[in-house]
Write a protein that binds this ligand. Sequence first.
Ligand SMILES: Cc1cc2nc3c(=O)[nH]c(=O)nc-3n(C[C@H](O)[C@H](O)[C@H](O)COP(=O)(O)O)c2cc1C
Length: 228
Amino acid sequence: MLRMNNPATDNTQAAPTQTAPAQETPAQAATTQAAPTQKTSASKKKQITVLVGSLRGGSFARKIATQAIELLPEDCTGTIVEIGHLPLYNFDYDDPEVPDVQTPHSYTEFRETIKDSDGILFVTSENNRTIPACLKNAIDIGSKPNSDVSWKHLPAGIISHSVGRMGGYSSQKNLRLALSYFEMPTPGQPEVFLGQSPSLLDDAGAFNNDKTRDFVADYLRRFAELMR
Ligand SMILES: Cc1cc2nc3c(=O)[nH]c(=O)nc-3n(C[C@H](O)[C@H](O)[C@H](O)COP(=O)(O)O)c2cc1C
């Protein structure tokens, strides 16, 4: 999978808001290119595909995703898989009754990457009280064909954020709804809503406080448990 995304503008605010326990975990490599891999054996690291629900160059979601990759447990490795280049979903691409329309190579590649993953971590912002279109598009692409749904049974972790106080609550709930058909196990609690996200990050894009770092690390441990 390929591609870095486009810059844009943004608004910011301040002040953290979460609760939770946990300890820090070791860092893992964060890359921004997809890397299709073989399904892992018990001795290999679990391959976590990280999908970011923002195409903006300065995206806080992307910074949070990069932090999350570093906080994954030692037996996991995470990779941000780009979704901004995927054509808008059109069932003609998959419809055997429309044989003159070929499935885009980028769809096939994306689907294979998802299926080769041990788990999917979604890190998303909120657009108009739901998930950004790029993420919904990726979910739709992975949901077809019906006989070979890419998402099926893969453990999913979800982190939402917003620059406001609600932490992308509605986005996260809508994401859960969109995934509800695919029987993807997710950690029950806690749910991770990172409110006022710019205030949680330093100038280099790293979490600037232990409370947030520990909270996210604890969540990722629970997520990783679903792959054991
Ligand atoms: C089209 C659009 C719709 C938005 N809708 C919401 C919204 O419903 N709720 C919210 O909290 N923020 C909303 N925002 C503000 C975003 O949360 C904010 O721009 C955030 O920084 C985007 O995430 P990113 O930094 O990961 O790109 C919206 C922004 C855009 C551009």
